[in-house]
Design a protein around this ligand. Structure first.
Ligand code: HEC
Length: 158
């Protein structure tokens, strides 16, 4: 029963990614001539990151990453505004620092188990069950997604 549910979650996620992929041809058409082929892998990674974000981050960090999720008001420490990470870092998105924060490898003041879960260990445990991608893949997708939320937008990584 337990495993069945996991398999269903896995299938739903595949369906979601497929649905996101269906919009890719329009994105391809919108590309400027001379630009490299529209990033289908990038779209895929961002779609993957977004679906993880909705499940694991949105309640605290909010729909758009502004730090205004439904749980924000009951936390002692306000969840960070994820759209201004680059702006607060001289305009550059600190990719690996962000990755490590999400993974839970970096200790941040007021950033403990109760304030923000450590996703590396949580995803590692899930990875042993069917329907879950390896932890590092999911953390990479999430970090890419958080990068895509930056205001102003970050130049696309080459
Ligand atoms: C239980 C609430 C909660 C959840 C769930 C949560 N966070 Fe957080 N997050 C916080 C809080 C609170 C802080 C601020 C910690 C601090 O300022 O010390 C934070 C900080 C961060 C930061 C650091 C931002 C900066 O300015 O450097 C990142 C990145 C982040 N969260 C990403 C995520 C991602 C991605 C997820 C989902 C995988 C997530 N968080 C899930 C509460 C949460």
């Amino acid at each position: 029963m337990f495993y069945c549910e996991r398999a269903v979650v896995g299938l739903q996620r595949i369906a979601l990614v497929s649905a996101m992929l269906a919009i890719t041809p329009a994105a391809v058409a919108a590309q400027q001539p001379g630009e490299p082929e529209a990033g289908t892998m990038r779209e895929l990674a961002l779609a993957e990151g977004k679906s993880e974000y909705i499940v694991y981050c949105r309640t605290c960090h909010g729909d758009a990453g502004k730090g205004d999720g439904s749980m924000a008001k009951i936390l002692t420490k306000k969840p960070a505004d994820l759209t201004s990470i680059a702006a607060r870092n001289g305009g550059q998105f600190p990719y690996w620092r962000t990755f490590n924060i999400i993974a839970g490898d970096v200790e941040t003041a007021g950033h403990d188990m109760f304030q923000m879960p450590r996703f590396w260990s949580r995803f590692e445990k899930q990875a042993m069950m069917p329907g879950y991608a390896p932890a590092q893949m999911r953390l990479l997708a999430l970090t890419h997604y958080v990068e895509s939320l930056q205001v102003p937008p970050q130049p696309e990584a080459k």
